[in-house]
Design a binder for this molecule. Structure first.
Ligand code: HEM
Ligand SMILES: CC(C)=CCC/C(C)=C/CC/C(C)=C/COP(=O)(O)OP(=O)(O)O
Length: 290
């Protein structure tokens, strides 16, 4: 049996939260013109820690609420809450502790706006998405995706004390990226979702309709990814990366739409992770080199 610590850590969905914190960090980097001062680097580290704690708390709360559903799905049945290795009370206490610690850090060492926005994101994912939308509608991840898209806004708020249009552009990119990211996965995990009883799109509307949606979202996402260049917040390094990644994602979307296989859906899902990670890394490189 894994150690207690490893069990609690697993509840925070570490890999997802890593990318979330990375996107928040890029929001911070872009909010500061030129190279940050030592004090600004310190602020970025503290804000990243605070956002990491609250995002981990949101993930843990999701594991608590969905422990019975998780137990029914192969992909999630191993979670300590689904296996009953951690009780509901333990998961709740852990989530509350992380959320309180992260919120206190953001309030005291960053600024109240960032704390409130991060807390609203916690509520958006843990309550609005997990409790209300997920069992209600196949558009759950589209609307709920707004919480996942918040990190750059949180990062921007941490460094400037406000929410700028640049941050909203980065929000839009993650918001449009979420449906092809999730539905590619849901296509090859459809049997899991059928067993779960959740109204995910491939279960309610079928494989073919979902594939069309994935393809269409990759096209709108491509347009959305042009915004940082069009708005003048990024230059040609970003543009080249965004066009190359965008073409890659659209090609995956197109191929998946025309000729489905589980293997291609899995590769499309994996590509979604590369797409977002490299796109945001390109924003950083572009910011410092040009
Ligand atoms: C409502 C929005 C979202 C939904 C429904 C969703 C859904 C999922 C699901 C079900 C997985 C699990 C894949 C597996 O177990 O094989 C996953 C993986 C992942 N997601 Fe998302 N996601 C969302 C938003 C995001 C956001 C905003 C990010 C980061 C910015 C993100 C980053 C990741 C990463 C890095 C993984 C891989 C985890 C791993 O390999 O262990 N997701 N996503
Ligand atoms: C405060 C802050 C920045 C919060 C971020 C919120 C957050 C953790 C968003 C990530 C989205 C995510 C893990 C989706 C997984 O979908 P799912 O929950 O449907 O997947 P599952 O089936 O694996 O549980």
């Amino acid at each position: 049996m894994p150690s207690r610590l490893a069990q609690f850590y697993a509840l925070t969905k570490p890999r997802v939260v890593q990318l979330i914190v990375f996107c928040a960090f890029i929001g911070m980097v872009l909010a500061v013109p030129g190279l940050p001062s030592a004090a600004q680097w310190a602020m970025m580290a503290v804000a990243s820690a605070g956002i990491w704690l609250v995002a981990g708390a949101a993930a843990a709360f999701n594991c608590l609420v969905e422990r019975r559903i998780d137990a029914r799905m192969k992909r999630t049945a191993w979670r300590p809450t689904a296996r009953g290795e951690l009780s509901g009370a333990q998961a709740l206490a852990f989530s509350a502790l992380l959320c309180a610690a992260g919120s206190a850090l953001l309030y005291l060492a960053v600024n109240p706006l960032t704390m409130w926005l991060t807390f609203a994101t916690f509520v958006g994912y843990a309550v609005v998405y997990t409790v209300i939308l997920k069992p209600l509608t196949p558009q759950n991840i589209v609307i709920g995706g707004a919480s996942g898209a918040m990190p750059p806004v949180l990062g921007w708020a941490a460094m400037t004390g406000q929410v700028g249009p640049e941050a909203m552009i980065l929000f839009l990119i993650i918001f449009l990226w979420t449906p092809p990211h999730f539905w590619a996965l849901a296509l090859y995990r459809v049997e899991d979702y059928r067993k779960s009883g959740l109204p995910m799109l491939p279960v309610t509307h079928g494989n073919e309709f979902t594939r069309l949606q994935v393809f269409l979202y990759t096209l709108i996402l491509f347009a959305g990814c042009m915004m940082p260049f069009v708005y003048g917040m990024s230059s040609w390094i970003y543009l080249i990366a965004a066009v190359a990644l965008g073409i890659g994602f659209c090609v995956y979307g197109f191929l998946l739409w025309r000729d489905y296989s589980d293997q291609l859906a899995r590769r499309t899902f994996r590509f979604s992770l590369i797409h977002l990670s490299v796109l945001f890394a390109a924003l950083l490189v572009d910011h410092y080199l040009l």
